[in-house]
Design a protein around this ligand. Structure first.
Ligand SMILES: C[S@@+](CC[C@H](N)C(=O)[O-])C[C@H]1O[C@@H](n2cnc3c(N)ncnc32)[C@H](O)[C@@H]1O
Length: 279
């Protein structure tokens, strides 16, 4: 059996730090405060796939081979997502947050770390069904340009639509999910109207700053990849980006527990980690 590459020794700690520094200096992507466990898992995976034997070799390739570098950047950003992911979360938003949003004349929503866009189309559908879409703007951001391109396109594999239909129904969908896309052979093309109120943009949560004042921010399954300091930095960014009374929806995997900002929010839901910024 081939021996597994070692990414657990003290020297590999040094190599990892140097690699992340090199990526930052050469490409401007800052993974230096991502969770150690996440970085180790992804690098181990890349070592096994590439046949390289050390992190230093990865570093050499990253610096001298743009294709390898682009591959590694993809490795470090996990883009797994779904439409109406965690359907009860969307049901909760529909039943408890939409009534709050209905009190606003204009609604700004930020999907931070939107990956390939499935969450964004889900939100557009939800807002349409609740009669809020035309007065909403959804800012959909990610730092992964490949994922954003796919999100802008809004074309997904037809075979996954069955699962998404089930998610949509469990999330309290009011129509037939097939009303929102056109099936074309093995593709499902999302209805153009769902893009009308969406602004897609490249935004890096680590290095970029506030860009608008939001009534609601959704950021699920992103902060789990960051270490505590970085989570706090991003929480501060969200806090500064929310209007008073604005909603922060983190989903069941993330928390505000260690954030110094916890006291500045009212917890609306424990399970789905939905908070309201205090006035
Ligand atoms: C696992 S996906 C989550 C997608 C979606 N929010 C969901 O819950 O289904 C994580 C996303 O966070 C993005 N991401 C990671 N680090 C980021 C950063 N520093 N700035 C912006 N986006 C980031 C990744 O590119 C990826 O698309």
């Amino acid at each position: 059996m081939p021996s597994l590459p070692i990414v657990n020794s003290e020297s590999s700690d040094i190599e990892i730090n140097l690699l992340l520094e090199a990526i930052y200096q050469k490409y401007g992507y800052d993974f230096r405060q991502y969770s150690e466990a996440h970085i180790r898992r992804r690098l181990t995976n890349r070592l096994m796939l590439s046949g390289l034997s050390s992190i230093s070799e990865i570093q050499h390739n990253v610096l001298h081979d743009p294709v390898f570098a682009s591959q590694l950047l993809q490795d470090l950003s996990i883009t797994v997502t779904e439409m109406f992911r965690d359907p009860p979360f969307y049901k909760y938003i529909r039943e408890n947050v939409i009534p709050i949003l209905k009190t606003y004349s204009f609604i700004k929503i930020w999907h931070a770390g939107c990956s390939t866009g499935e969450e964004v189309y889900s939100m557009a559908i939800l807002l349409k069904e609740e009669g809020l879409y035309e007065r909403s703007t959804i800012y959909a951001t990610d730092f992964n340009e490949f994922a954003l391109d796919k999100a802008r396109e809004g074309i997904y594999a037809a075979e996954i639509m069955k699962e998404y239909t089930s998610n949509y129904q469990q999330a309290g969908g009011k129509k037939s999910f097939s009303d929102y896309f056109i099936a074309d052979y093995d593709m499902a093309i999302m209805d153009q109207s769902l893009k009308k109120r969406v602004v897609w943009a490249n935004h890096n949560l680590v290095t970029d700053s506030v860009f608008a004042e939001m009534n609601m921010i959704l950021c699920r399954n992103v902060l789990i990849y960051f270490n505590r300091d970085l989570q706090n930095r991003v929480q501060k960014l969200f806090f500064d980006s929310l209007t008073n009374g604005g909603i922060l929806a983190l989903g069941s995997k993330e928390s505000l527990r260690f954030s110094t900002l916890e006291d500045h929010y009212q917890e609306l839901d424990k399970k789905y980690r939905v908070f309201k910024k205090k006035y």
